[in-house]
Design a protein around this ligand. Structure first.
Ligand SMILES: [Zn+2]
Length: 476
């Protein structure tokens, strides 16, 4: 019996096939739909960049903020005045606890950053605002994954007026306490005199310096004037030893089995070396790095030249693949290849510091071109080898030597065209026994004194006044 369809039924009939097809579509594709939803969720998660680590490296030279991210970050930056702020908009970032935790990592004593604020600016964009203490020159760049690091967004906050290492020396209260006020500018740097009976390279130190006498009686002006009045005195000058603590900041260097970082050991030894150098009547030590922050290799060379260093000593404590490798070694630059496969390997590893520490490759360095104009640094390398030999001899007295001769390779940090430069591998941090010694105060002190003895021995045979660079700087 067929009953004509009512209006309602007809309507249903019209509707039913559509609904059925919809349901059947859903039914058939239920798994697909669910799958797609999951896929979408996964995709969304992948698209959002996650901040996995946030680090802050404050230093007088510059403060660096590093955000490590799950994939490269797109960013834009702008400076806002009154008050000074750096505004960074980061695209596709999910604000998480790591990112917002950045604020707490900036200390009240940070030289440049007062406060960091992080907030969602608009959908898909996180805004990071740095409230600044002074006018700055920021350098913001990304780095691809390297070593143990993932993608990095690096925010370097330089002061608008770069810190002059010589001026910093004058202004440093510690330097002043040590009687180093007599270095107000580069010109006068050369004019400091020593007692006539204290030749620069005298092996035995002259009378110990009295801090009181220096700070009260021998001010810079007095020294200069009295020297001018007595031209018959044999005038020597203060020699400057640039002491470079290897690695630093983002670049921890090698790591020992007990977790000792090379960057900490090198800084400790460098500070001790500066202390013993400063005790010498005619020497002063200048730390290229005096804190836990990164300086590019070339920047270390530039800094040594800015302070008119007479010598450059880079301190390291590297690892080797074999934990039984031990002993100290000294390296100089080579213009043509390395003296051994091990030296080549080490130079390559040291030169990777810039990749790990992170440099902005977009910034052109005018100094670099100038350095490259120096076609040969053979004479400087010869001096470096003499210095290296003298230091190696002294190190032999306190530690076994990894190799009995100074080795050479293409170390970027030793490329000062006119400053004899050596790299001292104090010991192997990868050797468990040496790792322990490297963190021992007494051993660090011995190491510093041995390096100083080597420097003095070098100067006794190669007085600094005989150098042509000094002759070019003119009379006092
Ligand atoms: Zn190193």
């Amino acid at each position: 019996m067929f009953k004509p369809a009512s209006e309602h039924e007809r309507h249903l009939r019209v509707e039913m096939p559509e609904q059925r097809s919809l349901f059947s579509l859903l039914g058939l594709a239920a798994l697909w739909a669910a799958f797609l939803l999951v896929l979408l969720a996964v995709n969304t998660a992948c698209a959002a960049v996650t901040v996995t680590a946030a680090r802050v490296w404050p230093a007088a030279e510059y403060t660096r903020l590093t955000l490590e991210t799950s994939s490269p970050v797109k960013f834009s930056q702008s400076i806002v005045k009154d008050p000074e702020r750096l505004v960074l908009d980061l695209e596709g970032i999910e604000p998480n606890a790591v990112l917002t935790g950045l604020s707490a990592k900036v200390g009240a004593d940070d030289p440049y950053i007062r406060l960091v604020r992080v907030g969602r600016f608009k959908p898909g964009v996180v805004r990071v605002v740095l409230d600044l203490k002074t006018e700055v020159k920021p350098s913001v760049f990304t780095l691809p994954p390297v070593g143990e690091y993932g993608n990095r967004l690096v925010v370097d906050i330089y002061p608008a007026q770069a810190v002059d290492p010589l001026m910093a020396l004058v202004e440093s209260p510690r330097q002043a306490a040590q009687g180093e006020q007599d270095v107000p500018d580069q010109g006068r740097d050369k004019a400091v005199v020593a007692a006539p009976d204290a030749p620069v390279a005298k092996a035995e130190p002259a009378e110990p310096r009295s801090l009181q006498a220096e700070s009260q009686n021998i001010g810079p002006e007095k020294t200069l004037k009295s020297e001018k009045r007595k031209p018959e005195l044999q005038v020597t000058r203060l020699v400057t030893i640039a002491i470079d603590a290897g690695h630093g900041g983002e670049d921890p260097g090698a790591q020992g089995a007990r977790g000792t970082h090379e960057k900490d050991v090198t800084l400790a030894i460098a500070r001790r070396l500066k202390a013993v150098v400063d005790e010498e009547p005619n020497m002063r030590g200048i730390l290229i790095r005096d804190g836990d922050y990164f300086i590019p290799l070339h920047g270390r060379v530039v800094k040594a030249r800015k302070v008119n260093a007479d010598l450059f000593v880079s301190i390291h404590a590297d690892a080797f693949i074999r934990p039984d490798a031990r002993g100290s070694s000294v390296f100089a630059l080579s213009e043509r290849g390395a003296t051994s496969a091990a030296a080549r390997w080490l130079a390559k590893k040291e030169n990777e510091a810039d990749l790990i520490g992170g440099i902005n490759l977009d910034v052109k360095d005018p100094y670099l071109a100038r350095t490259l104009l120096d076609l040969s640094q053979t004479a400087t390398i010869n001096d470096s080898l003499k210095l290296g030999k003298a230091v190696l001899n002294e190190l032999g007295g306190i530690n076994s030597l990894h190799k009995g001769a100074v080795e050479q390779a293409g170390f970027a940090v030793l490329k000062s065209p006119d400053i004899p430069s050596i790299l001292v591998e104090t010991a192997f941090i990868s050797n468990p026994e040496e790792e322990v010694r490297l963190t021992d105060n007494a051993y660090q002190e011995k190491m510093a004194k041995a390096i100083l003895s080597g420097i003095k021995r070098y100067f006794s045979k190669n007085p600094p006044l005989a150098k042509s660079r000094l002759a070019a700087s003119g009379p006092l």
